[in-house]
Design a protein around this ligand. Structure first.
Ligand code: PPE
Length: 310
């Protein structure tokens, strides 16, 4: 049975979690959402950076003038409740707030805000062997949105129309993902991941000014790298620096820390996971799976272990 869904403050069954076809969101893409992971750590199930994710949901909503009728604490509680009820000790969490059924037309101000939290099991986002072997990617021929078109910092449903174009082209070209450039040609990010470059033991990543989503895994990896003595620089990255990097990797909630082995068929470094990527990946998994949490990033949840029936 699929886990129950938290819908405007109540739990409803998977089947009953329905919206009207004339909901504003269906016609105009007016939603904001999050993606969060709960891991089974050595100390029990824990959500990674719950508070930061829910704050980003509220921030995305603010940009779009959506009044989510729950505060940060209530949303955090709702996520925890949804996981505990699901019985899943490890899951992906998808909170989403959207403009519901009401007056038709672009003006969204008269439509209600519906808030939903769903959880499901989600394995490796970029393929089964991605974490170890790395992925083959391309530079996308669709750009990331210009800064004065859509707010890149808001994680809004509509942004992912652009992301889907990128992902579909990648799949059709037998690549795992596309890297988007800004409208002035600098490296931005993948369709659902941020990007890091390693050159001479220094890490580089695009700044928020390069129309990226400011990823929470990105900020975690910056902290982890700095803890380990690496210099991390946010800077505008020209396309060819990708090809000349020692190592490249993606970060994201779904993608975690995924090495990139080729871009546009150029081998990156030795064409496999590099040592810095491996070190940071291990350090990341030591937090989320090992439960070693110096930055206080984990929120433990109370999901009883399933009884073993014979
Ligand atoms: N950029 C984009 C465009 C993006 O969608 C994500 C997350 C990130 C960067 C990384 O952000 P963070 O998760 O905070 O480290 N993408 C989510 C959705 C993926 C999907 O296919 O759906 C995710 O990883 O959960």
């Amino acid at each position: 049975m699929k886990p129950d869904i938290w819908f405007n403050g109540e739990f409803v069954s998977y089947e009953d979690a329905q919206v009207h076809v004339l909901s504003h969101v269906i016609h105009y893409g007016s939603s904001v959402f999050e993606g969060i992971r709960c891991y089974e750590t050595d100390e029990g199930p824990a959500v990674f950076r719950l508070e930061e994710h829910m704050q980003r949901l509220l921030d995305s909503a603010k940009v779009y003038r959506m009044d989510i009728p729950y505060d940060l604490d209530e949303l955090n509680e709702a996520v925890i409740g949804t996981i505990e009820r699901s019985g899943l000790r490890e899951c992906y969490i998808r909170p989403v707030a959207f403009r519901g059924e009401g007056p038709m037309g672009v003006n969204p101000l008269g439509n209600p805000i519906d808030t939903v939290i769903a959880v499901w099991e989600w394995g490796q986002y970029l393929g089964e062997e991605a974490l170890e072997k790395g992925v083959d990617v391309e530079v996308a021929n669709w750009n990331r949105m210009a800064p004065n078109t859509f707010p890149a910092m808001a994680k809004a449903g509509g942004n992912y129309l652009n992301a889907s174009l990128v992902k579909m082209n990648a799949v059709k070209n037998d690549k795992m993902e596309g890297i988007m450039l800004t409208t002035d040609g600098y490296v931005a990010e993948g369709s659902g991941e941020n990007l890091f470059l390693v050159k001479d033991d220094t890490l580089y990543t695009a700044p928020t000014g390069s129309t990226i989503l400011p990823g929470i895994t990105r900020s975690s990896v910056i902290a982890i790298a700095e803890d380990r003595g690496y210099t991390v620089e946010e800077k505008r990255i020209p396309r060819e620096e990708l090809y000349l990097a020692d190592e490249l990797f993606f970060t994201g909630t779904a993608a975690e820390v995924t090495p990139i082995r080729t871009v546009d068929d150029y081998e990156i470094g030795r064409g496999r996971r590099g040592p810095v990527t491996k070190e940071l990946q291990d350090a990341f998994f030591d937090v989320v799976r090992g439960g070693n949490d110096p930055h206080d990033w984990l929120t433990f949840v109370d999901v009883p272990e399933a009884e073993v029936t014979t």
